[in-house]
Design a protein around this ligand. Structure first.
Ligand code: HEM
Length: 265
């Protein structure tokens, strides 16, 4: 629930709405994967209930004088201009929907993967609990090993050849972030979760280049706080079953549920 609460807070929505936002996030991610380009589907079609919620929040704000608007994400969206024009309601709504998937789902998957990994290895759990300086390394390894965003998609703007594979302008390319994060030439013994790995942060879990994830620092901050609070609260966490139920969307990876036996501190 932490990432959905953070997105709600950033956008200026009631944090109490995080529970339903969390449910909507899962539904939006599932449905977005089924959408096909050129079918004319809008963000409203993906999740009419969420679209109505956002439009209500926008209308509520527009009923008040602009000088009274709070300094939050929603105000930034509504007052931003591109080429001298304000963003349309549909644009704002679509981007808020995008933020739920990009910011809440991914961060939840990363925290889920990290807690699963700690509960799977009691020695590691005890070590990190005792030495909180290991948390940043554990977060980077969770990002590398679990790769919450498994791939990205790009469209070629010009013909190019990569590794002997010719690509034409307009071709779609799937970039396997999860695969790159287990590149054995960069990360020796790549399947091993190693909190002491010196170059763990060289992963590409947040992408790379001009569109690299702008929420990376926020995601790391949230994970550090959430995992620290979990370690404070539980002296031990052990897996009930080694298996976890994965998410249903191919783009995102992480546990949808992890069963643990917890010993309070
Ligand atoms: C563990 C958590 C996260 C992971 C793994 C992740 C991963 C990614 C990846 C792979 C991209 C695509 C980069 C590209 O196309 O080159 C991306 C873009 C983006 N992310 Fe994240 N993200 C996370 C958290 C967040 C958070 C917390 C937010 C905001 C609150 C956020 C907002 C965005 C936005 C707005 C973009 C689009 C950037 C652009 O197209 O210029 N992400 N993220």
């Amino acid at each position: 629930m932490v990432p959905a609460s953070v997105i709600a807070w950033v956008l200026g929505w009631p944090v109490e709405d995080a529970r339903r936002m969390y449910r909507w996030t899962v539904e939006i991610c599932d449905r977005a994967m089924e959408m096909r380009p050129g079918t004319g589907n809008s963000s409203k079609d993906i999740h009419p209930l969420f679209a109505a919620y956002v439009e209500d929040k926008i209308a509520e704000r527009r009923r008040r004088p602009e000088a009274d608007w709070p300094d939050d994400g929603l105000t930034r969206f509504l007052t931003s201009e591109v080429d001298g024009e304000r963003l349309s309601t549909a644009f704002v709504r679509t981007n808020m929907q995008f933020l739920l998937g990009a910011g809440a789902e991914t961060t939840r998957d990363m925290i889920g993967g990290l807690l699963y990994q700690l509960a799977r290895d009691p020695e590691l759990y005890a070590r990190v609990r005792l030495d909180r300086g290991l948390i940043p390394g554990a977060i980077e390894e969770a990002l590398r090993v679990y790769s919450p965003t498994q791939f990205m998609v790009r469209r070629c703007v010009a013909p190019i050849e990569i590794d002997g594979q010719p690509l034409a302008a307009g071709d779609q390319v799937f970039i396997g972030l999860a695969s790159a994060n287990r590149d054995e030439s960069l990360f020796p013994d790549p399947d091993r979760f190693d909190v002491d790995r010196a170059n763990a942060a060289e992963h590409v879990a947040f992408g790379a280049g001009p569109h690299v994830c702008p929420g990376a620092s926020l995601a790391r901050l949230e994970a550090g706080i959430a995992v620290g609070a979990f370690l404070d609260r539980f002296e031990r966490a052990e897996l009930v079953s080694d298996e976890f139920e994965p998410l249903h969307t191919p783009m995102f990876y992480g546990p949808s549920r992890v069963l643990m036996r917890l010993t309070p501190a």
